[in-house]
Design a protein around this ligand. Structure first.
Ligand code: FES
Length: 400
C-alpha cells in the first residue's frame, strides 16, 4: 500500500498497466449475481428503492395529530433500513386518481428500526391533501409504500458543533423527537437544547415524552415558547433572537437546527442574522413546497396569472397538459395523473431531475438545489419550477 506522500503522478501512471493486466487476467465466466457480494447486500439493506410497510399501531395525539407506527409487511420487506435522526420517508399515495408522494420526518428513535418499527407523526393541516387523508382514512393493518430514509437534516459530528440548539414549530418537532431519543439512547454524541414554538401548551406534541427524556438524559433540555398563553416555566411570545440567546450556550459555539412551517422560516430569516452565527452553523429542514412563487421579490410579476401548455415526454409517451404560473410543473403533472419520481418536493434531493427541452421557468433561489452543470445543460427540478411560458420537458421514469 503506497504511503500517501508517495502518491505522485508516476505512481498513478503505473497503476494503469497494473489494472489493465488484472482485467486481462480476470475470469470470463458470468459475473456473480449482485446479492452474492456483502457490500451489495449491505447497500440494499441500507438504501432500498422502496420499503413496503404495514400500519401496526395508531396513537392519537390530541384532536388533530396521530402517530403511525409501521412494521415491515413481511412479504416484500422483511427488515427496515436503519436511519440517522432527522431523516424522512417519502410516502406514496394514490388519492382521487392522482399518484403523489409526500415527505414525512421519522419521529421514532433510529434504534427502533432495528427491531422493526418506524413512526411518523402527522398533524392536520389546512388544505393538507396527504396529511388529512392519512388522519381520516388510514387504519391499522393498511399497507403503505415508502422510500428508504432520506434527507440531510441529520447531525454530523464532523460538520456540526457539539451543542445543537433546535428551533421547532408545529409538526416540525418530529425530527427533534427522534434526535432527542437518539441522544438519550447514546446513538448521537451532541447535546440538544430544544426551543419549541406552539400557540398553547396543549397543542405541543410529545410534552410528556420529552419530560421523561429530560429525566433520563442530562444532554437534552426542552423549553416551550407559547404565543397565545402565559404559563409558568414556559417562554411567552415567538421564537426570536432574544429567546435563542437566552438559552444558547454562553461562550461556546453551537449549531442551529430549524424545522417548522413556512411562516416560521420567514420570521427567523430576520432573527437569525442577529445571532452572528456562521452560515454553516445554521441548518434547515426542507423548505417544503412553494405555493405562491409570486411572493418572491425577484418574480416577474407580469407573469403572475399566466396559463400555459406543458408537453411531457415520459416512458416513451408524450402528453400535453395545462399548467399555470402559480403551480409547480410537478403539481400540474400529478393533477393530470402523470407519475413523476419525487422524494423531497423541495428542490433538494434531485430525484425529479428533468430536462427542459424548451420554454422558461421561474425557480425561487432559496430552493434551487441544482448543480452548476444542471443549470448549464438545461436541467430543472419540476417540484420547484414554475412556468413562465409554454414548456416541454423530458422526465426520466426511474425504477430500479
Ligand atoms: S423531488 Fe427532490 S428535488 Fe424534486
Amino acid at each position: 500500500m503506497p504511503n500517501i506522500r508517495s502518491l505522485n503522478k508516476m505512481d498513478f501512471t503505473k497503476m494503469i498497466p497494473d489494472r489493465e493486466a488484472k482485467i486481462a487476467d480476470a475470469s470470463t465466466s458470468d459475473a456473480l449475481p449482485n446479492d452474492a457480494y456483502i457490500a451489495n447486500r449491505l447497500a440494499q439493506a441500507l438504501h432500498p428503492y422502496a420499503q413496503y410497510l404495514k400500519i401496526k399501531d395508531i396513537i392519537e395525539r390530541g384532536e388533530d395529530a396521530k402517530t403511525f407506527v409501521f412494521e415491515p409487511d413481511g412479504k416484500k420487506t422483511k427488515e427496515l433500513a436503519y436511519f440517522n435522526a432527522g431523516s424522512y420517508l417519502s410516502i406514496v399515495f394514490s388519492i382521487g386518481g392522482a399518484h403523489l408522494t409526500r415527505p414525512y420526518s421519522l419521529s421514532s428513535s433510529p434504534r427502533d428500526s432495528l427491531s422493526g418499527a418506524y413512526s411518523i407523526t402527522v398533524k392536520r393541516a389546512f388544505g393538507g391533501l396527504a396529511s388529512n387523508f392519512m388522519l381520516d382514512k388510514w387504519k391499522k393493518g393498511d399497507l403503505v409504500e415508502a422510500s428508504a430514509p432520506l434527507g440531510q437534516f441529520t447531525y454530523s459530528p464532523i460538520r456540526d458543533q457539539k451543542v445543537v440548539v433546535g428551533l421547532a414549530g408545529g409538526s416540525g418537532i418530529t425530527p427533534f423527537y427522534s434526535l432527542a431519543q437518539a441522544i438519550a439512547d447514546g446513538d448521537e454524541s451532541c447535546s440538544l437544547i430544544l426551543l419549541y414554538g406552539s400557540k398553547t401548551l396543549s397543542e405541543a406534541l410529545f410534552e410528556k415524552e420529552f419530560r421523561a427524556l429530560e429525566e433520563r438524559c442530562p444532554k437534552f433540555k426542552l423549553v416551550n415558547v407559547l404565543s397565545n398563553e402565559t404559563r409558568e416555566g414556559c417562554e411567552h411570545g415567538f421564537l426570536n433572537a432574544e429567546i435563542i440567546e437566552k438559552y444558547a450556550p454562553k461562550g461556546e459555539e453551537y449549531s442551529l437546527f430549524i424545522c417548522g412551517p413556512q411562516a416560521m422560516y420567514d420570521f427567523l430569516e430576520k432573527e437569525t442574522p442577529k445571532l452572528g452565527l456562521r452560515k454553516k452553523d445554521i441548518r434547515h429542514e426542507l423548505f417544503g413546497e412553494i405555493h405562491d412563487p409570486s411572493k418572491d421579490p425577484s418574480y416577474p410579476s407580469e407573469k403572475k396569472n399566466g396559463h400555459y401548455r406543458l408537453k411531457v415526454h415520459i416512458d416513451d409517451e408524450t402528453k400535453t397538459i395545462p399548467c399555470s404560473a402559480d403551480e409547480s410543473l410537478l403539481v400540474s403533472m400529478e393533477k393530470a395523473g402523470i407519475s413523476v419520481p419525487t422524494h423531497c418536493r423541495s428542490g433538494e434531493c434531485g430525484f425529479c431531475h428533468s430536462r427542459l427541452v424548451s420554454g422558461n421557468v421561474y425557480v425561487p433561489e432559496k430552493v434551487d438545489g441544482r448543480r452548476m452543470a444542471d443549470k448549464l445543460y438545461g436541467y430543472i427540478h419540476p417540484c420547484v419550477s414554475f412556468p413562465l411560458s409554454d414548456i416541454e420537458i423530458e422526465v426520466p421514469h426511474f425504477k430500479p
